[in-house]
Write a protein that binds this ligand. Structure first.
Ligand SMILES: NC(=O)C1=CN([C@@H]2O[C@H](COP(=O)(O)OP(=O)(O)OC[C@H]3O[C@@H](n4cnc5c(N)ncnc54)[C@H](O)[C@@H]3O)[C@@H](O)[C@H]2O)C=CC1
Ligand SMILES: O=C(O)C1=N[C@H](C(=O)O)C[C@H](O)C1
Length: 250
């Protein structure tokens, strides 16, 4: 069987360098390009890449994806910074290249995907819910893509169930003291030396609380999800948002 020809964009970054090693170690993949900032995107075409793993920055991801999609190169994207406007633009490019697939995964780790799933189930059953994400201090965006997605899924689940807004008597507050408001869900971001990527979903009801916590302790936690994404995206044309769509979660 021929190997999947894979490129990594952001190959010198924290997660990109780990992805380079993971692709090199995968029996069914060949690393054909490893691009850093300033490297020519034409290398992707010249190397015959079938899938590009995009792990750069919110400032670079759109140009990279436009090039990939226009050239029929599938993409597995971990980079954050997704807005409705950006998604609409990407969908436009994909409409003009209907055989190309793009997976955007706010988080590639199985535990984080399950945290989102569990939070969706629990959120309509508790009066209160807030999200706390905790990351290394070199992270450039806040709140994290995972926390934003988690809050959106929570809000959607509560809307569907007709859950009342969470009680909150705060009358005066310093700016930021109650976190960022993502679809009505407070999201708090901690940046602390020593941490990697962590998230808690705090839920509260009458006389009880539930905390759903996930910890990524090493960038290796994201690799099985990235490799799964590479294997699956080649036969999933269009946009797939969330690794859960490639997992059998029941
Ligand atoms: N979805 C997920 O599971 C995960 C997503 N991330 C996200 O991935 C992104 C990268 O994170 P880190 O590796 O921690 O950042 P980083 O800053 O260590 O790495 C980014 C790399 O991309 C390079 N780069 C910038 N523009 C480029 C371009 N146009 N072409 C090629 N390379 C370019 C930079 O020079 C840098 O080496 C962030 O958005 C982060 O939130 C990080 C970990 C897991
Ligand atoms: O920058 C990171 O490190 C991470 N970014 C992603 C995010 O913003 O959710 C995924 C994970 O939290 C690690």
């Amino acid at each position: 069987m021929s190997k999947l020809r894979v490129a990594v964009l952001g190959a010198k970054g924290r997660i990109g360098s780990e992805a380079v090693r993971a692709v090199e170690a995968a029996d069914d993949m060949e690393l054909v390009a490893a691009l850093g900032r300033g490297d020519a995107l034409e290398t992707l075409v010249d190397s015959g890449a079938q899938v590009a793993v995009e792990l750069t920055t919110p400032a670079s991801v759109m140009d990279n994806l436009e090039f990939c999609v226009r050239n029929g190169i599938h993409a597995v994207v971990g980079t954050t910074g997704w807005t409705d406007e950006r998604l609409a633009q990407l969908k436009g490019w994909l409409a003009a290249s209907p055989d190309t697939g793009v997976l955007i995964a706010p988080n590639f780790s199985i535990g984080a995907v399950l945290t989102m799933k569990f939070a969706q189930i629990a959120a309509p059953l508790f009066a209160s819910v807030e999200v706390v994400e905790l990351h290394h201090p070199n992270k450039v965006d806040a709140p994290s893509g995972t926390a934003t997605r988690t809050a959106q899924l929570i809000a959607e689940a509560r809307r569907r169930a007709g859950t009342a807004p969470a009680p909150d008597a705060t009358a005066t507050a310093l700016d930021g003291a109650r976190g960022a408001d993502v679809d009505g869900v407070p999201v708090h971001a901690v940046r602390l030396r020593g941490l990697l990527a962590h998230q808690e979903v705090l839920l509260g009801g009458e006389g009880e609380t539930l905390t759903i916590r996930h910890d990524s302790l090493h960038h290796s936690s994201f690799m099985p999800g990235i490799l799964l994404g590479v294997r699956r995206v080649v036969s999933a044309p269009g946009l797939t948002f969330g690794l859960e769509h490639f997992l059998d979660l029941g």
